[in-house]
Design a protein around this ligand. Structure first.
Ligand code: CDP
Length: 249
């Protein structure tokens, strides 16, 4: 049983000073790696995540190939130095689970039918972790896939909604994640509003769950703006390079 600590103060503010429906600061850059087909770097509060995308390329080994569509393979990895305690290198149950749900979320928006027998490989490296890395990774991965020029019906913007001290909170921080009553990561395709990732740890009533989904939807719109802005900035720089080498601000 986790120890009880106060996560909301008498003014209704959280331990890091945020309001219940406030996101941590998010910064996204697209196209940060020269050797990948697509890439993105994202800072979300104290989380730092780097994503590289390769493909579509021939799926290897061949038995993995789907004659009808591309497969999406995700490798989520926490760097050994990403947490206060050293993270053991290599795959583990949690990384395998996060890789799987991230791939399934991306399959909803990537037009995989265009690339039979191919693989789209997504590498998510968590450089610093501070709760919410699966949502940060998925949000950055969607930008990196778009940056690779892979056709998509939509991006995916993800954010966790949880509960602490009996109150719904957007974008759980580390203490809220550790000591709160519920954690519900939500991934949304912002254009259609389709939910492409939904997990739940802890307890919520049906009414709380409805409200949490609405909070997640609102957040996904804000995150989507940051994603499209990162992609726009990326292409603005490229056009400027073609003109006179000066970046357009
Ligand atoms: O990161 P996310 O919230 O999606 O997943 P989690 O399994 O709920 O983990 C919550 C947080 O615990 C992570 O974001 C990390 O800050 C931390 N964690 C860690 O420090 N070392 C691990 N091996 C796993 C998680």
């Amino acid at each position: 049983m986790a120890e009880k600590i106060k996560l909301i103060n008498d003014d209704g503010l959280r331990t890091d000073g945020r309001k219940p429906d406030e996101l941590r600061p998010i910064r996204i850059e697209a196209g940060v790696l020269a050797n990948a087909d697509g890439s993105a770097y994202l800072e979300w509060g104290a989380n730092k995540v780097l994503v590289a995308v390769y493909g579509p390329r021939e799926a290897q080994p061949k038995y993995l190939q789907d004659p009808m569509k591309a497969i999406v393979q995700v490798n989520y990895n926490m760097a050994a130095f990403s947490s206060e305690e050293r993270v053991r290198p290599g795959p583990n149950r949690r990384a395998t689970e996060i890789s799987k749900i991230t791939a399934e979320a991306l399959e909803n928006v990537i037009i995989t039918n265009n690339f039979p027998r191919a693989s789209i490989d997504v590498f998510i490296e968590v450089l610093e972790a501070d709760a919410g890395t699966r949502c940060a990774g998925l949000t950055a991965a969607a930008v990196a896939v778009a940056d690779a020029g892979i056709p998509m019906t939509d991006l995916v913007a993800a954010c966790a909604v949880g509960k602490a001290d009996g109150q719904l909170l957007l974008d759980l921080g580390k203490k809220e994640d550790n000591f709160g009553e519920a954690d519900m990561p939500i991934g949304i395709a912002p254009r259609t509003g389709d939910i492409v990732l939904l997990q739940m740890d802890g307890d919520m009533t049906q009414e709380e769950m409805r409200k949490a989904l609405r909070m997640g939807m609102d957040a996904s719109r804000k995150i989507h703006e940051l994603q499209t802005d990162a992609l726009r900035r990326r292409y603005a720089v490229n056009f400027a390079d073609m003109d006179d080498g000066e970046a357009v601000q």
